[in-house]
Write a protein that binds this ligand. Structure first.
Ligand SMILES: *[C@@H]1O[C@H](CO)[C@@H](O)[C@H](O)[C@H]1NC(C)=O
Ligand SMILES: *[C@@H]1O[C@H](CO)[C@@H](O)[C@H](O)[C@H]1NC(C)=O
Ligand SMILES: *[C@@H]1O[C@H](CO)[C@@H](O)[C@H](O)[C@H]1NC(C)=O
Ligand SMILES: *[C@@H]1O[C@H](CO)[C@@H](O)[C@H](O)[C@H]1NC(C)=O
Ligand SMILES: *[C@@H]1O[C@H](CO)[C@@H](O)[C@H](O)[C@H]1NC(C)=O
Ligand SMILES: *[C@@H]1O[C@H](CO)[C@@H](O)[C@H](O)[C@H]1NC(C)=O
Ligand SMILES: CC(=O)N[C@H]1CO[C@H](CO)[C@@H](O)[C@@H]1O
Length: 463
């Protein structure tokens, strides 16, 4: 509270927030997989796996309450009562994110802010076409309030997970899925798994299964332990203490390596969101619509995808109800000047080439437009055969829609290139010896491949 006042005070004095994009992770939930210790004492009863818990609802209600304070009471970005064109809410089609959105909105527009019937006479008209039990008593109790206690209901949009590329990139991007699959077999990933083999041994021993079966259990187990740890519930001693710390850190590292390394994957993960963000900020600056608050209710992956695409390294899993807030700010003294800020759980971030945490809109847009693929649909459907093997550019902040930089750190490809390079070099030497050709000019493609190998070696050496 004190912190938020401190944060919003300078903003109040010099400039106004004119547009907000919020992305939050759902609140506390039950584990995605139950293990014997969960079911033995019925600790999650009656909640099935992966559902929002009352604690998760509370977290989002409190977020909504805080945002009411910031964006309705202090800065007056939003009207005191719900005005439909101002706010748009979009959630992934998952119970816990939908319920989180509703819980947060209940804090933003709490009971008491909802509407009355537009005319008292409409009391008799505003009934459904079937007979209602105790209709007279209920209508009397409601009075003019449309719903009990002037409760405000707010639409929450969603779409099927298979069309969720904006918030869950892997759900609708075959190309990204394919690249992540390749990464699972890469040497750096396999090395990390080998270095942490003791974790799998502990799991294999406890569940009396093979090591490969233990590998299948691991993701569900680590999630389970994280949730039980959050709740302070006990788990078997084998999975407490060091095991938990190491499993947690290993899972984070593995995720970083398979989903966001090399950089191209991070761009796949965040492209659709960054393009949408760019579009929203442009529209807001032009005041093309009345929209002032865009709220996305989503997952830890969504937050990591966005942070990774913005090159803000974060190897940690975002805690329940983690929140990214993008604000478009207008300079009161100079109304043609717009800045963008990004806060992750209230910590301001410096994005790309921005001079500080408050970033001129053009600089911010230039960066995110370069990071996003020009046409994510095309990039996601990109066929393996269409990869341009010759070009070895490293796009990072330069705009590009190709896969090339991905292959710089694909170990299997490295070996292919070394082998090809080796064969080419040997052939060249044989050619020189056998045919005594005076001009000993290597083909340009050989140079390219050799450069690639050198670059690759530089890339590997620091680690
Ligand atoms: C804004 O809030 C005020 C006070 O609650 C209300 O009278 C007014 O109708 C609202 N405006 C809109 C556009 O919803
Ligand atoms: C509903 O109707 C029944 C029977 O008419 C009555 O006993 C009861 O008090 C009513 N309930 C309310 C909430 O008015
Ligand atoms: C409104 O809320 C109060 C207390 O929070 C409750 O006693 C009352 O029944 C509610 N009214 C309706 C119509 O639900
Ligand atoms: C990864 O390796 C496994 C086992 O060697 C193999 O079955 C699988 O096809 C490989 N996946 C890819 C994408 O290369
Ligand atoms: C906008 O960003 C620039 C560069 O970081 C900074 O100097 C300026 O104070 C910011 N303006 C506002 C209104 O935040
Ligand atoms: C993006 O790529 C898809 C698939 O190639 C294509 O159908 C679509 O027209 C492209 N969109 C734009 C705006 O170029
Ligand atoms: C439990 C365990 O073996 N953890 C290791 C996992 O790999 C990292 C990186 O090499 C090590 O630092 C950990 O000790």
């Amino acid at each position: 509270m004190a912190l938020s006042l401190f944060l919003s005070l300078p903003v109040l004095i010099y400039c106004s927030t004119i547009f907000v994009v919020e992305v939050s992770r759902h609140g506390a939930r039950t584990p995605l997989t139950y293990f014997p210790w969960d079911t033995a004492d019925g600790r999650w009863s009656p909640y099935p796996e992966g559902e929002l818990t009352p604690e998760g609802m509370r977290q989002h209600y409190l977020l909504g309450y805080e945002f009411r304070n910031r964006y309705i009471i202090n800065t007056r970005l939003l009207n005191e009562t719900f005005y439909q064109p101002e706010i748009n809410v979009y959630s992934t089609d998952v119970d816990r994110t939908l319920q989180s959105a509703v819980s947060q909105l209940l804090g933003l527009y709490p009971p008491g802010t909802g509407p009355n019937l537009r005319l008292p006479e409409l009391e008799e008209t505003a009934v459904p076409p079937i007979e209602v039990y105790n209709e007279t008593e209920i209508i009397q109790e409601l009075g003019q309030s449309a719903l009990p206690n002037h409760t405000q209901v707010i639409p929450v949009h969603t779409d099927s997970l298979s069309r969720e590329i904006l918030l869950v990139a892997s759900e609708d991007c075959p190309r990204y899925d394919y690249l992540m699959d390749l990464r699972n077999n890469a040497t750096d990933v396999q090395e990390l798994i080998e270095e942490n083999a003791s974790l799998l041994t502990t799991i294999a021993t406890y569940f009396k299964v093979s090591a490969s079966e233990a590998g299948n259990i691991f993701p569900g187990l680590v999630d389970n332990l994280r949730v039980n740890n959050w709740y302070g519930y006990t788990v078997p001693t084998e999975f407490q203490g060091n095991f938990f710390t190491q499993a947690n850190s290993f899972a984070n590292q593995l995720n970083q390596l398979t989903a966001y390394t090399p950089d191209l994957l991070a761009r796949y993960a965040g492209s659709a969101f960054l393009s949408t963000l760019s579009y929203l900020l442009n529209n807001a600056q032009k005041e093309a619509s009345d929209l002032r608050y865009q709220f996305y209710s989503a997952h830890d992956t969504t937050i990591l995808n966005i942070l990774s695409a913005l090159q803000l390294p974060n190897g940690q899993q975002p805690p329940f109800a983690s929140t990214l807030i993008f604000e478009l700010i207008q300079d009161d003294a100079n109304p043609t000047v717009y800045n963008v800020t990004l806060a992750y759980n209230d910590v301001l971030q410096t994005v790309g080439n921005c001079p500080s945490t408050s970033c001129p809109l053009e600089t911010f847009l230039e960066f995110i437009n370069a990071r996003a693929f020009p046409n994510i649909t095309a990039s996601c459907m990109m066929n393996y055969d269409t990869v341009n093997w010759g070009s070895l550019t490293k796009p990072s902040t330069k705009s590009s829609s190709s896969d090339d930089d991905f292959f710089e750190s694909l170990d299997w490809y490295w070996w292919v290139v070394i082998s090809v390079g080796f064969v080419v070099v040997i052939s060249a030497i044989i050619a020189v010896i056998v045919y005594c050709i005076k001009k000993n000019k290597k083909s340009s493609s050989t140079y390219e491949r050799m450069d690639f190998i050198n670059e690759k070696m530089d890339f590997k050496s620091p680690k």
